[in-house]
Design a protein around this ligand. Structure first.
Ligand SMILES: *[C@@H]1O[C@H](CO)[C@@H](O)[C@H](O)[C@H]1NC(C)=O
Ligand SMILES: *[C@@H]1O[C@H](CO)[C@@H](O)[C@H](O)[C@H]1NC(C)=O
Ligand SMILES: *[C@@H]1O[C@H](CO)[C@@H](O)[C@H](O)[C@H]1NC(C)=O
Ligand SMILES: *[C@@H]1O[C@H](CO)[C@@H](O)[C@H](O)[C@H]1NC(C)=O
Ligand SMILES: *[C@@H]1O[C@H](CO)[C@@H](O)[C@H](O)[C@H]1NC(C)=O
Ligand SMILES: *[C@@H]1O[C@H](CO)[C@@H](O)[C@H](O)[C@H]1NC(C)=O
Ligand SMILES: *[C@@H]1O[C@H](CO)[C@@H](O)[C@H](O)[C@H]1NC(C)=O
Ligand SMILES: *[C@@H]1O[C@H](CO)[C@@H](O)[C@H](O)[C@H]1NC(C)=O
Ligand SMILES: *[C@@H]1O[C@H](CO)[C@@H](O)[C@H](O)[C@H]1NC(C)=O
Length: 830
């Protein structure tokens, strides 16, 4: 035993010697005690070796500062500075524990230049650098008794795990103060911190003047930064601690979505706040957000009572007075000097019920709102009406009733997201038409109604006449529009550009499907029922009878159908014709004898027939079809409802995507936008789509990722609902992080040779199903990743979102999207 112990000390001594020899000037420790002092050149390293404390000189100046930086990152990235106001001029300084227990920085002559300054007598203190980057002065015997923390005395950097105090009784908390210049750590004139009044928000000041604010916190995001959803999600991002401390404080913290990421917020010397993430591959810092970055984000850019609109192209037109207001100094305003703001056209008359309100939508709400708790005193509007100084009110989701009693300043109009706000205006501005105009309105509407009536009558007469002529023709020329098999030859042949899509009569379609009989029914989709139709010559066609009411006119509808018919790719189901008669809208597609992928994939007996090669081809086929829709076709189509039952299989089990362009036909906007209606299927919907209604190519990529995993595992994503991992994606991550990804592969595929290929597919699937849009690859990269066997794939981020979470619960009180109207497409194939 004794011998063993001696050997052990020998080894330790050797190790220490080795370290000394290899790096003579640099002695590293993990702890500062009374007995060891960190001299200039020595460093203190945190557990897990992420952070390092020691002396540094910014940009090779001769001044010496004590600071904390990331241990393994070049160039040196400083996150905290101790003696930022009193640098040392030589290399004789040291960090040590003073006799009174405080941590101090001393110069060569033993003068204290910086101290933790904890007032009472401390005994037995030690200083530890934690793995979070927090330097802690604590009691040696009880490390949880912390006398002082660098996290409570930050400089310019907000690190994950840091807690920023929010307490109205303390007032504005200018927690972060940047460097004076890029190379001078002394405090600059800017600051970043928290305005705790009203609803909590982050503010950047220059001195005491506001330069930027985040908008009030609505318990999910800062409402003035609606694109925060791109960088965070409901589980990660900013958080406010609850319940409050005994002194009424809460704390704002930041949790990165991937805890392995090194990420930080930093206020730069020029007053700009950046969110940065360390990119391990490129070995540099990637900037995720910069605030303020746009012109309109600058504080009160357009002056009081006016709105800044960043979607406008020209600077001069960005600013506009809100309704009921006009520029206070028209001359200055015309010159582009908006600082004077706007003034009321008609002043308010606060007598009972004389003023009115007008709503502005998609706004960053004005600054200095106060939150009113509504008890029995009435609605938010009533509170505002009663208070003559109230200029505006709004019930902000996630916050509650807010009223504004000061001038309305710093308003911005967002293209997506934002809140509504009700502006108080004089009665004449709103009900101006009340007396005289009422008369005219009545006159005009009566005339209008009469005209509409007349038109309807005319149309009805014409329609009847047309119908009679048609009936007459039909009786005389038997089934003149019934397609013949030769007609199909023409339209199904190799002709690529269909000049005009064949139109079929309703009668011919009805007779081909046996009057849409039950036995010819192939399936029921979100947009209608699909039947099998047999036309003359035995030609089989899939007939989709659309059920949803299109918001479009007939012409527009036909145009869309024509455009969609021109999308032709071997992995897309082909549209062969249509039938539009009266209220009926019917689409005719090529018939797929092998039904849809889910019939094979999730059926125990058929699953075996899908060996790995086949599945691999199916994945590739879907990817190519989707890439065509996203990039190579003439129209950019976002599918929005990609799922196993929408992948049809032809005779040779080649995959063909169906139901594309449906959202287009039904006139949902195709560009990335907040949609009113979310079309999609639980389990396949990307987080931003399911929760905010925002869709893009990347939401299709998410659905594709789910599909890959289902194909490789042979299991449904939703079959994991309520399980420990929440979803197939969660389960895949679990296995991947344990190095057991192989277990996910469908055991009915005995083909062991292709395990690496299958694992590669799962890896790509995980990349596609990452929560954050910006990390998901596009379909072009997905195909590259699938096809190049050698290239290195990036590391996926842990998924936290399961698209079948309880929406009601999550969305409660949050103004993120109107998803009240989610359609649940039933999972039935054809
Ligand atoms: C410091 O050294 C003294 C004697 O040199 C020893 O008694 C004491 O325990 C040491 N303290 C610590 C914290 O290591
Ligand atoms: C830092 O020093 C390098 C050379 O040592 C110089 O090129 C660079 O401009 C300096 N940067 C700043 C911000 O002063
Ligand atoms: C530095 O000052 C402390 C007390 O403040 C004293 O104990 C110590 O001996 C001094 N060290 C030197 C090198 O003068
Ligand atoms: C980081 O590195 C990547 C790849 O080398 C490069 O494209 C990017 O511009 C770099 N970013 C910064 C901020 O330097
Ligand atoms: C902002 O500008 C866009 C583009 O010109 C316009 O469509 C929108 O209505 C404007 N919004 C406001 C509130 O002025
Ligand atoms: C902008 O307008 C305000 C208000 O009229 C005026 O006080 C200020 O001097 C003007 N600034 C410039 C640069 O003209
Ligand atoms: C306010 O409105 C009341 C009722 O319409 C009217 O009698 C009064 O003159 C108005 N006062 C002002 C200052 O306009
Ligand atoms: C309602 O709240 C207001 C302050 O917001 C308070 O003055 C009033 O007494 C409260 N009324 C009741 C019935 O609680
Ligand atoms: C704008 O509103 C603020 C806040 O009420 C006020 O202090 C300032 O004087 C106003 N500015 C102008 C030009 O009216």
């Amino acid at each position: 035993m004794g011998k063993f112990k001696r050997n052990l000390t020998l080894v330790t001594t050797l190790l220490i010697l080795l370290q000394l020899c290899s790096n003579v000037s640099c002695i590293t420790s993990t702890l500062i005690t009374r007995n060891n002092t960190i001299r200039d050149g020595d460093t203190l390293i945190s557990e897990e070796e992420v952070f390092e404390l020691g002396f540094f000189s910014p940009n090779d100046s001769s001044l010496r500062y004590v600071g904390i930086w990331y241990q393994n990152i070049q160039p040196q990235t400083i996150v905290w500075v101790a003696n930022r106001e009193r640098p040392l001029s030589d290399h004789n300084g040291a960090i040590k524990l003073a006799d009174d227990g405080n941590l101090v920085v001393v110069d060569g002559k033993n003068n204290t230049v910086w101290s933790t300054n904890v007032p009472p007598k401390l005994k037995n203190t030690v200083a530890v650098l934690l793995e979070t980057g927090d330097l802690v002065l604590c009691s040696d015997s009880d490390r949880d008794t912390r006398y002082w923390e660098s996290f409570n005395n930050p400089t310019d950097t907000f690190l994950p795990g840091m807690r920023v105090r929010v307490n109205p009784s303390i007032g504005e908390n200018h927690a972060f103060i940047p460097w004076k210049s890029e190379t001078d750590p002394s405090p600059g004139s800017y600051s970043m911190g928290i305005d705790p009044f009203g609803a909590i928000e982050i503010v950047i000041w220059e001195g005491e003047t506001r330069k930027w604010r985040s908008g009030p916190w609505n318990s999910a995001i800062f409402t003035g930064v609606p694109d925060m959803f791109h960088f965070t999600n409901y589980i990660h991002g900013f958080k406010l601690s609850s319940p409050p401390d005994p002194d009424g404080s809460v704390f704002l913290t930041y949790v990165p979505s991937n805890k392995d990421d090194l990420s930080r917020f930093r206020i730069r010397f020029d007053g700009i706040v950046e969110q940065l993430r360390w990119n391990r591959d490129a070995r540099n810092w990637t900037s995720l957000q910069v605030k303020p970055s746009k012109e309109c984000e600058k504080y009160n850019r357009c002056g009081n009572y006016s709105v800044c609109n960043d979607s406008k192209d020209f600077d001069s037109s960005k600013c506009s007075c809100i309704y009921g207001f006009e520029p206070a100094y028209q001359n200055q305003w015309n010159k582009g000097n908006f600082s004077g703001g706007c003034k009321r056209r008609v002043s308010l008359n606060c007598s009972d019920k004389v003023d009115g309100f007008r709503v502005l939508k998609g706004m960053k709400v004005p600054d200095f709102g106060s939150v009113v708790s509504l008890n029995k005193s009435g609605t938010c509007k009533e509170v505002c009406v009663r208070d003559c100084s109230c200029k505006a009110y709004e019930v902000v989701p996630g916050i509650g009733c807010m009223i504004w009693t000061r001038d309305l300043i710093d308003m911005e109009h967002f293209e997506h997201g934002g809140n509504s706000i009700n502006i108080r205006l004089a009665a004449s501005e709103i009900g101006g038409m009340k007396e005289k105009s009422k008369f005219w309105i009545i006159i005009f509407s009566t005339i209008g109604a009469l005209m509409v009536g007349l038109c309807c009558l005319c149309i009805w007469i014409l329609w009847n006449f047309r119908k009679r002529v048609k009936d007459f023709l039909r009786k005389n020329r038997e089934y003149s529009v019934k397609p013949t098999s030769s007609m199909f030859q023409v339209l199904v042949g190799d002709q690529v550009d269909t000049p005009d899509l064949p139109t079929f009569s309703f009668n011919s379609v009805a007779s081909a499907t046996g009057d849409f009989s039950e036995e010819n029914k192939l399936g029921q989709g979100g947009f209608g029922t699909v039947y099998k139709g047999t036309f003359s010559g035995g030609r089989e066609i899939a007939v989709k009878r659309l059920s949803g009411k299109s918001k479009q006119g007939l012409e527009e509808f036909k145009n869309e159908i024509l455009l969609i018919a021109k999308l032709q790719h071997r992995n897309l189901v082909r549209l062969l014709g249509c039938c539009i008669e009266n209220d009926e809208k019917i689409l005719l597609y090529e018939y797929m004898p092998n039904n849809s992928l889910d019939h094979f994939l999730f059926d125990e007996s058929k699953q075996r027939n899908l060996e790995w090669r086949k599945r691999w081809d199916i994945i590739g086929g879907i990817a190519r079809g989707l890439l065509y829709l996203h990039r190579d076709s003439r129209l950019k189509i976002i599918h929005r409802d990609l799922k196993a039952s929408n992948i049809l299989l032809d005779k040779e089990i080649n995959p063909k995507i169906s139901d594309f362009g449906m959202a287009r036909i039904f006139n949902y906007r195709q560009d990335q936008a907040n949609t009113i209606r979310v079309v999609g299927t639980y389990g396949y919907m990307a987080p931003e789509y399911a929760m905010e209604g925002r869709f893009s190519e990347k939401s299709d990529v998410y659905s594709f990722g789910v599909l890959i995993m289902e194909i490789v595992s042979g299991r449904k994503n939703i079959s994991f609902r309520g399980s420990e991992h929440g979803s197939l994606i969660g389960y895949a991550w679990h296995l991947w992080s344990q190095g057991k990804t192989k277990e996910l592969i469908d055991p009915t595929m005995m083909d062991n040779r292709d395990v690496s290929e299958a694992i590669r597919c799962i890896h790509v699937g995980m990349l596609c199903t990452q929560d954050s849009v910006i990390y998901r690859p596009n379909m072009g990269s997905v195909l590259l990743m699938l096809e190049s066997q050698t290239s290195h794939l990036p590391r996926p981020r842990q998924p936290t979102f399961h698209s079948f979470l309880n929406f009601g619960e999550i969305l409660e009180g949050q103004n993120v999207a109107t998803v009240n109207d989610i359609t649940l497409t039933t999972v039935v194939g054809r």
